[in-house]
Write a protein that binds this ligand. Structure first.
Ligand code: C2R
Length: 190
């Protein structure tokens, strides 16, 4: 089996508003050449789609589901209760660009509502969660799960870590050379 032929990851989100945040999960998977299938499914607005999606995910052979939702974020937990496929939840700080008034664009609790909704699952139906809006981490975590099965992904993850290490060292060298004030000035001007 290959990870680049058929989708092994299902990405779902409660609303099109979430695509602004959730596309970072897709970017992480794309960087590693992992196929994913992306859909909008809402436990609240399309409740009958939940069991259908869970069946679809199992039939397709998805190994991981990444589920993003904001506010009263029931989607990750409800999907998890319909399937044995591991679910990674992404709590989203709602940003609804369909609303004209800035006052109502954001969720009242800045993503904490979604974080708690996703993490506080009852015993017996676990969902893991990344930080608020950290969809890229959900993508990376999915890759780590898949790497148990595909050694090539493990190698790619190690390279990714090395790159991260090098990029921090490069910035540190520059900070040392310029001094913090000039470094920060330069960085904030970007
Ligand atoms: P709209 O911008 O469409 O009003 O959505 C979505 O994830 C989104 O962040 C606002 C927020 O509602 C969330 N939503 C859920 C669910 N369905 C939609 N949390 C669900 O089933 O959990």
């Amino acid at each position: 089996m290959s990870y680049s032929k058929n989708p092994l990851v299902g990405i779902i989100m409660g609303s099109s508003s979430d695509s602004k945040v959730m596309h970072s999960a897709a970017i992480a998977l794309d960087e590693f050449g992992i196929k994913h299938e992306d859909q909008i499914v809402s436990a609240h607005r399309t409740p009958t789609r939940l069991p259908d999606y869970a069946k679809h995910a199992e039939k397709q052979g998805f190994k991981v589901i990444i589920a993003g939702a904001g506010g009263s974020a029931h989607l990750p937990g409800m999907i998890a209760s319909h399937t044995t496929i591991p679910v990674i939840g992404v709590p989203i700080m709602v940003y609804n660009d369909k609303i004209n008034s800035d006052k109502f664009k954001f969720s009242a609790f800045g993503g904490l509502d979604a974080l708690l909704s996703i993490s506080e699952m009852p015993t017996g139906s676990p969902v893991v969660t990344v930080g608020v809006n950290k969809a890229a981490n959900a993508g990376l975590y999915a890759i780590k799960i898949l790497a148990n099965e595909f050694p090539e992904l493990k190698t790619k993850l190690k390279k990714h870590k090395e790159m991260q290490h090098k990029s921090v060292l490069k910035e540190s060298d520059e900070m040392k050379k310029l001094g913090l004030v000039r470094f920060a000035d330069k960085k904030l001007k970007k």
